[in-house]
Write a protein that binds this ligand. Structure first.
Ligand code: TRP
Length: 315
C-alpha cells in the first residue's frame, strides 16, 4: 500500500535520526501502535498508576459545575482519546451536541468511537486519525462552543516548548469562545512516582519494550528487545519522569544497513512525563492564549484538572 510505504519511510527516518543522537532517543508517539495502545490501557488499570482513577474521580465529581461553565450543545474535541472512556463521565452532565475523537492509533480509535456512538445515540460522534504532536487539520462537527478535552496529563509528555505550541494550536482550534479541559499531573514524592511508572505487573516495561518490537517487526530492524531493560525514574531537577530503554550489554541496532552502537548501561530515552504545579501550568497556558477559569484537585493534591477559556484580550 503506497500510503503505508510513505508512513514507513517517515518512521525509518525518525528512528534513524533519534538513534543517531547522543544521548539516543526515540519519539514517544512510536509507543502507540495498536499493541501499545492496548498495553497502555492495561497500565491504566494498575493500582500504582494513580492518574486514571484520580482524574476520573475529579471529572465525575465536578461534571456539574463544569457543565455550568461550558453550557449545553458544545462540541467536545478529545485528543489522544484512546478508549474514549473518560469522556463518558462528562456526557450526561455536559450534554454536548457533538464529539470528535483524535488519536494516532487509527483502528483502536475507530472501534472506540463506534462504541461511544452506539451508547449515546443523541450524540453526533466522529473520529479523526491524526498525529496531534504536529500541526493537524480537523473539521469538528456541530455548531456549538468548542471545548478541547486533553486528559491523562498527556500534555506532560511534550517538552515545555512543544507543549506551549500544542496549547496554542488548541486555542486556534477552539476559537474565540472556546474552552480547554485538561488533566495535569502535579509534582509529588519520588517514591510514588517511581511506583507509578514501574508497575509490579510489568505493563509499563512491556509498553516501553513494545517500541523495540515495532522496530523489529515493522521496520525489519536487527534488534533484540530482551537486550534492553525498562528504566523509569523521577528527575526532580528537570521536573519530569523519564522513561528509558537500558542496554543490558554492548550491542548494536541495525536499520537499513546502518549500525547504531550502544554500550552496556547506555540508554535510549523513550518518553518524558513532566509534572506541573498549578502555577507553572497556568503560566504555560496563559502564554498560549488561554485564561484560567477553574481548577479542581484531589485531597492529596496529586492531580489537577484545569478548565480554561480562550483569552480574547490577547489572541
Ligand atoms: N500520559 C501518561 C503519563 O505521563 C503516559 C504514560 C504512561 C507514560 N506510562 C508512562 C509516560 C510511562 C512515560 C512513562 O503518565
Amino acid at each position: 500500500m503506497a500510503e503505508g510505504g510513505a508512513r514507513d519511510e517517515a518512521l525509518r527516518r525518525a528512528v534513524a535520526e533519534g538513534l543517531g543522537r547522543r544521548p539516543p532517543r526515540l519519539d514517544p508517539k512510536l509507543l502507540y501502535d495498536e499493541r501499545g495502545s492496548r498495553l497502555f490501557e492495561a497500565i491504566c488499570a494498575q493500582p500504582e498508576y494513580y492518574i486514571p482513577e484520580l482524574e476520573m474521580g475529579l471529572l465525575e465529581e465536578f461534571a456539574a459545575p463544569l457543565a455550568e461553565l461550558v453550557g449545553p450543545g458544545s462540541t467536545l474535541v478529545e485528543l489522544g482519546s484512546g478508549a474514549s472512556r473518560k469522556v463518558r463521565l462528562l456526557l450526561e452532565a455536559l450534554r454536548p451536541s457533538a464529539y470528535l475523537g483524535i488519536d494516532i492509533s487509527c483502528r483502536f480509535l475507530e472501534a472506540s468511537v463506534a462504541r461511544l456512538a452506539a451508547d449515546y445515540p443523541w450524540l453526533r460522534c466522529e473520529a479523526a486519525c491524526r498525529d496531534y504532536s504536529a500541526p493537524f487539520a480537523v473539521e469538528p462537527p456541530g455548531e456549538g462552543r468548542r471545548v478541547a478535552f486533553f486528559p491523562g496529563s498527556s500534555i506532560g509528555n511534550f517538552e515545555p516548548g512543544a507543549a506551549r505550541a500544542l496549547l496554542q494550536r488548541l486555542r486556534a482550534l477552539a476559537g474565540a469562545d472556546g474552552g480547554l479541559l485538561i488533566g495535569v499531573d502535579l509534582p509529588k514524592d519520588a517514591a510514588t512516582l517511581h511506583r507509578a511508572y514501574n508497575d509490579a505487573a510489568g505493563y509499563t516495561a512491556a509498553f516501553n519494550r513494545n517500541l523495540l518490537r515495532r522496530l523489529r517487526d515493522e521496520l525489519g530492524a536487527g534488534v533484540d528487545p530482551d537486550g534492553f531493560a525498562h528504566l523509569a525514574y523521577y528527575n526532580p531537577a528537570a521536573g519530569r519522569v523519564e522513561m528509558h530503554l537500558l542496554s543490558r550489554r554492548e550491542q548494536a541496532i541495525e536499520l537499513d544497513g546502518r549500525r547504531f552502537r550502544l554500550s552496556a548501561g547506555e540508554s535510549i530515552h523513550t518518553e518524558s512525563s513532566y509534572k506541573y504545579t498549578l502555577g507553572a501550568f497556568r503560566r504555560l497556558a496563559r502564554e498560549a492564549g488561554w485564561r484560567p477559569r477553574r481548577v479542581w484537585t484531589d485531597a492529596r493534591e496529586w492531580f489537577s484538572v484545569h478548565y480554561l477559556e480562550a483569552d480574547t484580550s490577547r489572541a
